[in-house]
Design a protein around this ligand. Structure first.
Ligand SMILES: NC(=O)c1ccc[n+]([C@@H]2O[C@H](COP(=O)([O-])OP(=O)(O)OC[C@H]3O[C@@H](n4cnc5c(N)ncnc54)[C@H](OP(=O)(O)O)[C@@H]3O)[C@@H](O)[C@H]2O)c1
Length: 244
């Protein structure tokens, strides 16, 4: 039987590339995101795609998405917890609204989706499944003026570790992919120049998002008794590795 997956943030960028790679690989894929038209574009008429407009920060909306998956397919093998936003601002100037909005999507949204996924995976026969959380190299080190994004991405690492440990009881594996500079809308500004730690503005290299999709497909394809706990993939020459 075909494996089933939920991909959040599937209407653009990494989520779209991962969802389309999973569809090509024979998965049935529920596409989640707020914009239905963008999800339809990702689905591109595939009979194996389920367009599920969802706000991941809203508990009822997330429950409805996973309820539809349970009704339609009866099981869930994979959650790719990908939806995320980036609000710029330093600790001195970020508004509490932007802080809360970032926490709501990047952290609470991932928790809500993981909770529904784990419940489905726990209750199904055969039991279990896999969750891949999309962290970031901002889960390791901040860019200037990114306090909310960096804090939430560090928190995603804690979420991944906790799900990995708790998930053992139900045969749920959990891993995290930490990406640096895949070419998407979020990273378009890299080409124009972006602030560096030493105050300079520098253009940064990006890499093709399909390599992220290939990496997620590899993580997803492992048997449940093996797990990639953390995988870091970056543009090779971006200024992440290195120090003065
Ligand atoms: N590109 C990179 O190099 C890079 C590096 C590190 C980490 N990441 C992470 O990768 C993930 C995807 O980023 P991307 O580069 O592909 O950027 P993107 O194209 O902006 O994708 C973000 C996606 O999240 C969805 N989203 C935002 N708020 C949502 C909400 N409340 N509910 C449901 N979906 C929501 C958006 O769809 P709607 O607006 O339709 O809801 C959009 O499809 C993010 O978690 C980001 O932090 C990316």
């Amino acid at each position: 039987m075909a494996k089933t997956a939920v991909v959040t943030g599937a209407g653009s960028g990494i989520g779209r590339a991962v969802a389309q790679a999973l569809l090509r690989d024979g998965y049935r894929v529920a596409l989640a995101g707020r914009r239905a038209d963008a999800l339809e574009e990702t689905a591109d008429g595939s009979p194996d795609a389920l367009v599920g407009p969802t706000d991941v920060s809203d508990e009822d909306s997330v429950a409805a998405l996973f309820g539809t998956v349970r009704e339609r397919w009866g099981r869930l093998d994979l959650l790719v917890n990908n939806a995320g936003i980036s609000a710029g601002g330093t600790v001195a100037d970020l508004s509490v609204e932007d802080w809360k909005r970032t926490v709501d999507v990047n952290l609470t949204g991932m928790f809500l989706c993981a909770r529904e996924a784990v419940r489905l995976m726990r209750d199904q026969e055969p039991r279990g499944g896999r969750i891949v959380n999309n962290g970031s190299i901002s889960a390791h080190a901040p860019r200037p003026a990114s306090v909310a994004y960096t804090a939430t991405k560090h928190a995603v690492t804690g979420l991944t570790r906790s799900i990995s440990l708790d998930g053992r009881a139900w045969n749920v594996a959990c891993g995290q992919i930490d990406i640096g500079n895949a070419a998407t809308e979020m990273t378009e500004r890299m080409a124009a120049g972006i602030p560096q730690a030493d105050g300079r503005i520098l253009a940064e290299p990006t890499f093709d998002v399909r390599h992220v999709a290939d990496a997620v497909l590899y993580m997803a394809g492992l048997p449940l008794d093996a797990n990639v706990q953390f995988l870091t993939i970056t543009a090779t020459t971006m200024p992440f590795i290195g120090r003065g």
